[in-house]
Ligand binder design. Structure first.
Ligand SMILES: Cc1ncc(COP(=O)(O)O)c(C=O)c1O
Length: 447
C-alpha cells in the first residue's frame, strides 16, 4: 500500500508546516510567521509584520511568484531536475482564512491528539449541511463514515464492503483506481471511455459487458479526473440501471465536486454536479460515495475524508467505524468542518480564479502549442492535453520534463486511452501558468 501511495499523486506534508507556522503563543509572531509563507520580497523586517497578511487575504490567488513557489514546502514544487511543478493535484494558493483560524485555534488548545467525538461530529454535521445546501442531497450523520482519505476509503470498500474479485474502471482513470484493486489481488477490467471532439463519456455498452462477464463493482469518478468531465444525470441514471440489473456495487469518488464550473452567462455548456447516489433509489442502495474537502480547499495533507453509505452497509460500517476514523487526523477534522461550514466564499473566489485560468490556458495552448488539443474542463484544475498530433506523442510528459523542465503527469499512467496525453495542473497564478506554457512552447518541435 505504501508503494502505491508513493506512485499516487497524493503526497501529503502540510500538517507539520502549518503547525510550525502557527503554534507561536504570541499572536503577533503568528501573524509574522504566516508572512513567511509569502514571497520573500513582500516581507519587511521588524516584530510586527502585518502587511503580508493583508496582502495574502486581499489577493489570495496571484500572490506567489515562481521563486516563492519553489521555496515553499509543497509536494507540487518538490522537484528533482525540473524547473516547474504542474503535476501533483494541489493548488498554489494561500489557504482559506477560516481553515487557518480553525487550525490555529485547535493548535493553541493543544487539540492535536487522536480524533475524538466532538471533532468527528463537527466535521460530519458540516458535511451533511453542505450536501443539503449545495446539492439538495439529504443524508444523515449516521450515513457518514469518517476515514483518513479517499484511497483508504476505496481500499476499505473493496476489502470489507464487497466480495467481487473483479472491478470495472473506466479509463483514463486516477492511477490509484487501477493500483489499489490490483494491489489487493483483484482483477481490473479497464473500460476505455469514448471521446467525441475532446468530450469524454462513459462507454455504457462496454460497462454492461464487463458486468456480464462477472464484474460486480464499478469505480466511478465524478467529476472525472483526469478529463474534467462532469457526467450528466442521464448518463448516471443509465449507469445505475446497468449496475442494478447486475446486482452490482459502485464506489463513486466525488472529491472534485465542489470545483464544478457552473453554467453562466456566455457559458451555456456548464454542467451541474449530480451526486451519483442521488439519481435513483437503486443508486442510493448500491453506492458508497467518497467525498472530502481536501481537493477543493487545498488541504491535501490534512488526512480527512468521508464515505456516504447506504442501509445495506450499515452493519459493516458500524463494525469498522472506529478503525477507519483512527486514520483521520484531528486537525483534518477541524479543517474539514471549517471548510464546509465557512469556506463557501473562499471556494467561490478560487473557482472564479480557476475559471479564468481554464480559459486562459485555451489561449495559451493556441498561441504556444501548435497541434496540441485541449478541451476546457467542466470541473477542477487539471487539463488533459492531447499531444497525439505532435512530435511528443510517444511520451509527452517525459518530453515536457526533459526538454522544458515542466513536471506533469504521463497519460499512460491513467490507462491505455492516456497514450499521447499529459495532465497539467493549472491551479497556479496566471503569470506562472503563462511561464509554464511558454516553456513548453519553446521546446515543442513544429511538425
Ligand atoms: C479522484 C481523486 N480521488 C482521490 C484523491 C485523493 O484523495 P485524498 O485527498 O482523500 O487522499 C484525488 C487526489 O488528487 C483524486 O483526484
Amino acid at each position: 500500500m505504501l508503494q502505491m501511495m508513493r506512485v499516487s499523486e497524493c503526497i501529503c506534508s502540510t500538517v507539520p508546516t502549518l503547525l510550525a507556522t502557527f503554534c507561536s503563543p504570541c499572536p503577533e509572531n503568528r501573524i509574522a510567521a504566516l508572512g513567511n509563507m509569502l514571497p520573500k520580497q513582500t516581507q519587511r523586517p521588524g516584530r510586527c509584520r502585518r502587511e503580508p497578511v493583508l496582502q495574502m487575504h486581499d489577493s489570495p490567488f496571484a500572490v506567489y511568484d515562481i521563486e516563492a513557489l519553489r521555496r515553499m514546502r509543497r509536494a507540487k514544487w518538490a522537484l528533482e531536475t525540473e524547473k516547474y511543478g504542474a503535476a501533483v493535484a494541489e493548488m498554489d494558493f494561500s489557504p482559506a482564512p477560516p481553515i487557518i483560524s480553525a487550525l490555529v485555534d485547535a493548535a493553541r488548545r493543544g487539540d492535536m491528539g487522536y480524533p475524538h467525538p466532538q471533532a468527528l461530529e463537527s466535521a460530519s454535521v458540516s458535511l451533511k449541511d453542505w450536501l443539503k445546501e449545495r446539492h439538495e442531497w439529504t443524508v444523515s450523520v449516521s450515513d457518514l463514515v469518517t476515514v483518513g482519505g479517499l484511497i483508504h476509503a476505496l481500499e476499505a470498500f473493496l476489502l470489507h464492503f464487497v466480495s467481487s474479485t473483479s472491478v470495472v474502471v473506466p479509463t483514463p482513470a486516477y492511477p490509484p483506481f487501477l493500483s489499489v484493486p490490483r494491489g489487493l489481488g483483484l482483477e481490473v477490467l479497464e473500460s476505455p471511455m469514448l471521446c467525441d471532439d475532446g468530450q469524454w463519456r462513459l462507454d455504457l455498452d462496454d460497462i454492461d459487458k464487463a458486468f456480464s462477464s462477472g464484474a460486480r463493482v464499478l469505480i466511478l469518478c465524478n467529476p472525472h479526473n483526469p478529463t474534467g468531465t462532469v457526467f450528466t444525470r442521464e448518463e448516471l441514471v443509465a449507469v445505475s440501471e446497468i449496475v442494478d440489473r447486475h446486482r452490482g456495487r459502485v464506489f463513486s469518488d466525488e472529491i472534485h465536486a465542489p470545483l464544478v464550473y457552473a453554467p453562466g452567462a456566455g457559458r451555456p455548456s456548464g454542467r451541474t454536479h449530480v451526486p451519483y447516489a442521488s439519481v435513483s433509489s437503486a443508486a442510493t442502495e448500491h453506492t458508497v460515495t467518497g467525498v472530502s474537502a481536501t481537493k477543493a480547499w487545498n488541504i491535501g495533507g490534512m488526512s480527512c475524508a468521508h464515505m456516504i453509505i447506504s442501509e445495506q452497509d450499515r452493519l459493516t460500517a458500524n463494525r469498522l467505524a472506529a478503525v477507519l476514523a483512527h486514520s483521520a487526523s484531528t486537525l483534518g477534522l477541524w479543517a474539514t468542518a471549517a471548510a464546509y461550514r465557512e469556506g463557501g466564499p473562499w471556494l467561490r473566489d478560487v473557482v472564479s480564479y480557476l475559471n479564468g485560468n481554464r480559459h486562459r490556458l485555451a489561449d495559451l495552448v493556441d498561441k504556444h502549442l501548435p497541434g496540441v488539443k485541449y478541451r476546457v474542463p467542466d470541473a477542477s484544475y487539471l487539463a488533459w492535453l492531447d499531444f497525439r498530433a505532435t512530435e511528443w506523442s510517444d511520451e509527452p510528459a517525459r518530453h515536457a520534463r526533459s526538454s522544458a523542465g515542466v513536471s506533469t503527469n504521463e497519460g499512460t499512467d491513467y490507462g491505455a486511452p492516456g497514450q499521447g496525453f499529459l495532465r497539467l495542473n493549472f491551479a497556479t497564478p496566471a503569470a506562472v501558468l503563462e511561464e509554464i506554457v511558454g516553456a513548453l512552447g519553446h521546446t515543442l518541435p513544429f511538425r
